[in-house]
Design a protein around this ligand. Structure first.
Ligand code: PLP
Length: 425
């Protein structure tokens, strides 16, 4: 304890590309549940949860035990796409806990172990199956940092990093993007799709997030998603739901699209699917779309078997019943009530959320970053999101206790008071 904070090696050796460590200038050492500890022994409550990769908390004891047992028994660690006992157990568990109870008929693909790789696979497959090239995406979308995924991502700074033109994607207004969109939100989209001379080629697929996490906690209404699904089905355009961040129970149910009662053609999962924070991703596709040739989408780390073990145990433990989904909704209510109170106490503040993803939206964007900074100083990790980083995004582990939630919300309220009462201005 009480070492002096030494950032030298990070500043001297690590690339300038590093990001989160700038917002949280300390050196983390250990973590448990909803808490991280730095090397000086300071504790931080985690309302970030690995950007949604730690829905079951840090070093979840149930998953940790299974992982340790597997490693100590010399279970397969690296497996490419070879059949393994761990993968069989996982597939059987996906079938039993996730697909069968929801009457979902999907084939399961193991792409490379990142969200971006799952998105690349989904886009490639949609293009292959339809023989078309264009993808319709949405304003403020985020789908990952590789070229195909960046092409369907909105953020200007991230797109600029590509260094080549980002092609074959056409952005459409997300729910709520246009001020008067309630009238007929798909008027523009339907009109251009049904006009052969609109200049928009018939797309292979539409890719959508049901809640845009990186884009600023923008929420698509269930009826908007249903209209989108109908619109796609009527024109034989594939619907891809990118559930990399909002899946695995973040919004309550396992899949974020369940609330809208739609069945996407293709679903991407990553972040919390591995359960323990280990890299893993899945692409789910309707069986008739599984037109891949063997090895056509490849990757060395598709067989991260330790992640299969923790994924399987997480599904068994948390998704064999509806308890986690129900508690996520209840905890979400608690957060919502707090944020409503907070946003009505200060001008220029509003809130939106679903399940355990919530945003505190600042009319003055710079205040959001300041709130995160003050919160960090008081032991709470939160990050900003949105086009202008104007939203404080709250993404606590789903396994957080009510008293931990209230503790964090208390720090948040103090931080807002500090910033909005002008102390930091
Ligand atoms: C994080 C994220 C991705 C990219 O996942 P990586 O593992 O960072 O490549 C894709 N889509 C959504 C919705 C995400 O939140």
């Amino acid at each position: 304890m009480m070492t002096t904070l030494d950032m030298t090696i990070f500043e001297e050796l690590e690339s300038n590309v590093r990001g989160y460590c700038r917002a949280w200038p300390t050196v983390f050492d250990s973590a448990s549940g909803a808490w991280l500890r730095d090397e000086e022994g300071r504790d931080y409550l985690d309302f970030f949860a690995g950007a949604g990769a730690l829905n079951y908390g840090h070093n979840n004891p149930v998953l940790k035990q299974a992982l340790v047992d597997y490693i100590m028994a010399d279970g397969i660690t690296h497996g490419l796409d070879m059949s393994t006992v761990a993968k069989r157990r996982l597939l059987e568990t996906i079938q039993r806990t996730i697909l069968a109870p929801r009457d979902l008929d999907y084939k399961v693909q193991f792409p490379g172990p990142t969200g971006a790789n799952a998105v690349e696979a989904a886009l490639k497959l949609a293009r292959k199956v339809t023989g078309r090239t264009t993808i319709l995406n949405f304003t403020n979308a985020f789908h990952g940092m590789t070229l195909g995924a960046l092409a369907v991502t909105g953020n200007a700074a991230k797109r600029a990093g590509a260094g080549v033109p980002l092609l074959h994607a056409t952005p459409m207004p997300y729910d709520g993007y246009l001020p008067d969109a309630d009238e007929d939100p798909f008027l523009w989209m339907e009109t251009i799709l049904d006009d052969a001379s609109s200049g928009v080629d018939k797309p292979a697929a539409v890719i959508v997030e049901t809640v845009q996490g990186e884009g600023g906690v923008n929420i698509a209404r269930p009826e908007w998603l249903r209209s989108l699904a109908h619109l796609c089905a009527a024109r034989e355009i594939l619907l891809i739901v990118d559930d990399v961040q909002m899946g695995c129970g973040r919004t309550g149910p396992f899949f974020s699209f369940e609330a809208a009662d739609i069945t996407p053609d293709i679903v991407t999962l990553s972040k919390s699917i591995g359960g323990y924070g280990l890299p893993m991703a899945l692409v789910l596709m309707k069986p008739e779309l599984d037109q891949w040739a063997p090895g056509e989408h490849n990757g060395t780390f598709r067989g991260n078997n330790p992640a299969f073990v923790t994924a399987q145990v997480a599904l068994d433990h948390y998704w064999s019943d509806t308890l986690l989904a129900a508690s996520t909704m209840a905890k979400g209510e608690l957060v919502h009530r707090n944020l409503i109170e907070l946003s009505s106490a200060y001008p220029g503040l509003s809130t939106r959320g679903r399940g355990l993803v919530h945003g505190l939206v600042f009319e003055e964007p710079s205040q959001a970053g300041k709130v995160c900074q003050v919160a960090f100083e008081h032991g709470l990790l939160t990050e900003t999101s949105g086009a202008c980083d104007e939203v404080v995004k709250l993404l606590p582990p789903l396994t957080i206790t009510d008293s931990e939630l209230e503790h964090g919300l208390g720090i948040l309220a103090e931080s807002v008071a500090t910033v909005c009462d002008g102390v930091l201005k």
